[in-house]
Design a protein around this ligand. Structure first.
Ligand code: ARG
Length: 588
């Protein structure tokens, strides 16, 4: 289905042409003065120069051509040359009707969708997820869902940090605590146990302790490096232990991501490309791309147009060890082989900008990717506390994601119980669901690259630009529909009616923007556009709700039309929250 503003622009363009002007001047936009008009066109202003004519005269001529328009019910040419527009209710009605009949409310699907890999989450094995991991997971998940909705094939990969020094540190830490574990017995030749010998809580204690110790004790660090080396080179016991660590850690990660409705298609990690590295290194050497610099193997990636220094991309350290770059490049190679994607999208903290610049340049230069495969990095801002500094626990420690989720759920529970008659159990269930909307919406409503302030109190509020406000609006619609059904009404096969007041018309005008909004959210990988849209839609609905009698409407046709409008509003809101990654309860 064509975009609504394009349709209006076509009509306006025809009028410009009929009046003897360039049709391209007829671009119509939503009015920035809703007190004066619903839509506007500033084409006459732009045309004035070209046609050596006063803009208001052009506008006047164009307005005349629209006197009998079936699209605009009112067209005013006003000084200095604006065209102020009001829409015909009948025309708007037809657009809303089309929306209800088309799949996905008229969002056009590509003939052939792209294949997109999204690399998000980026958790590190055996390290607890902290607040910094929230954004990668939440934004990545939403981009995945939006692009699927837009008709693309999207593969989400968590790309675990599971192969670097932290693994050696965990192994050392475990060795200290449990020296008798069979994995450390070098002479052992039997089968290793199926069951893990430690819990996730133990693992999570091990890493920070070992990491702290390695910073003070160089000998310990050297041992951890050696353990990492042994692991990577296939020492049996270490590999078996690593597998156990992975099992315990991944189960816990799945649980935590799951509580945010974040699901990955691939649970791959840095370790998965270990075997590819020698081949990639040989390829880079043979192709003449890589050279030795101060003992290390590097690829130069600076370009003439650079305004800042872009250092070479290091492929191997002087001791032959691989790095973060190495596994990322090998992963690109693997993804091209296995999936041949049209695009790879990465989500990380925005501080990794130079890093991704180097990696992408290197991948292009060495032709690891096809020229038509797009590489896109999305760097997100920091989650800050009210003091404007990175969000911390009350005593200044790193905030674990689990704690953040729990605290949000508790606050939501408190608010739900306040002034509501709900059993404790029901309130808990509802609070858990609504809290997810608070967290996700609180994050996604900000443009990804911006920092934002994590404010539990604001995020969990039922008023304002929040997830709970959106859910509250959906629940309000659901409860009206439920009452309507209780009164014997059916929500099937109802016929929409033209808007009878401005608030109803505004709601319809908001609804018809859906397909254009969703398309740009997908193209620009911008979930905040979906948030901005549903906030406006929820406001439009609530305004309409306060001004309109619905269930007490006596005219049956009108009432059915209003119910049909409610059904559509609910469906659009629910489609939107689904791509944002959360759902609405029946009651709250
Ligand atoms: N594990 C990494 C970190 O904690 C993030 C991984 C991001 N993805 C990537 N392909 N480099 O910083």
């Amino acid at each position: 289905m064509k975009k609504f503003l394009d349709l209006l622009s076509e009509e306006m363009g025809k009028a410009f042409e009929a009046a003897g002007y360039d049709g391209a001047l007829g671009r119509v936009t939503v009015s920035n003065r809703p007190d004066l008009c619903e839509y506007q066109c500033n084409g006459a202003m732009a045309g004035a120069k070209q046609y050596h004519k006063a803009p208001v005269m052009i506008a006047g001529e164009v307005a005349q051509k629209l006197a009998d328009s079936s699209v605009f019910s009112q067209v005013d040419a006003v000084a200095p040359g604006f065209l102020n527009l009001k829409l015909s209710e009948e025309y708007l009605l037809k657009a809303v009707e089309r929306m209800t009949k088309e799949p996905k409310f008229g969002l056009e699907q590509p003939e052939k969708g792209k294949k997109i890999i999204i690399d998000y989450g980026g958790a590190n094995v055996a390290k607890p997820l902290h607040v910094g991991h929230l954004r990668s997971a939440v934004i990545g998940e939403s981009i995945k869902r939006i692009n699927r909705y837009a008709g693309h094939e999207v593969i989400g990969d968590v790309h675990l940090g599971d192969w670097g020094l932290q693994m050696g540190l965990v192994i050392m830490g475990l060795k200290e605590r449990m020296p008798d574990l069979v994995y450390f017995d070098e002479g052992y030749e039997g089968e290793y146990p199926e069951e893990a010998s430690f819990t996730i809580s133990e693992l999570e204690e091990v890493y920070p302790a070992a990491s702290a110790k390695s910073k003070e004790d160089p000998a310990y660090k050297a041992q951890a490096m050696e353990a990492t080396f042994k692991l990577q080179n296939g020492v049996r016991g270490y590999r078996a232990l690593w597998k156990q660590i992975m099992k315990v850690s991944v189960a816990d990660l799945k649980k935590n991501y799951g509580s945010l409705n974040v699901e990955f298609d691939l649970w791959k990690g840095e370790s998965d490309v270990h075997e590819l590295i020698p081949e990639m290194v040989a390829y880079m050497k043979d192709g003449g791309y890589a050279h030795i610099s101060e003992g290390a193997l590097v690829v130069d990636v600076k370009e003439e147009t650079d305004t800042k220094e872009v250092p070479p991309c290091m492929i191997l350290k002087s001791d032959g060890a691989s790095l973060y770059n190495t596994t990322d490049l090998a992963t690109i190679m693997e993804r091209m082989r296995l999936y041949h994607p049209d695009m790879m999208v990465y989500l990380t903290d925005k501080r990794q900008d130079l890093y991704f610049d180097q990696v992408f340049r290197c991948a292009r230069k060495t032709k690891l990717v096809d020229p038509e495969t797009e590489l896109k990095w999305i760097g997100f801002g920091t989650v800050n506390g009210k003091d404007g500094k990175p969000f911390k626990t009350r005593d200044g420690g790193v905030m674990r994601l689990e704690t953040l989720i729990r605290e949000t759920k508790d606050e939501m529970y408190r608010k739900i119980r306040e002034g509501r008659e709900m059993s404790e159990e029901e309130a808990r269930q509802v609070a858990d669901l609504v809290a997810v909307s608070a967290l996700l919406y609180g994050d996604l409503s900000n443009q990804a690259s911006k920092d934002y302030i994590f404010d539990v109190d604001r995020f969990t509020s039922f008023e304002g630009d929040t997830g709970p406000y959106i859910l509250y609006t959906i629940v309000r619609i659901k409860s009206i529909l439920a009452k309507y059904r209780e009164q014997g009404g059916s929500t099937e096969g109802l016929v929409l009616q033209p808007a009878e007041n401005q608030s109803e018309k505004s709601l319809m005008m908001q609804l018809v923007q859906f397909n254009a909004m969703m398309q740009s959210a997908a193209e620009e990988t911008a979930p905040h556009k979906v948030c901005a849209y549903i906030y406006d839609l929820a406001n439009a609905f609530n305004h309409f709700y306060h001004e309109t009698k619905i269930l007490s409407e006596e005219d049956v046709r009108k009432k059915e039309g209003l119910i049909a409008l409610l059904v559509l509003t609910r469906d659009v809101l629910e489609a939107c929250i689904d791509v944002l990654g959360f759902a609405a309860p029946e009651k709250m």
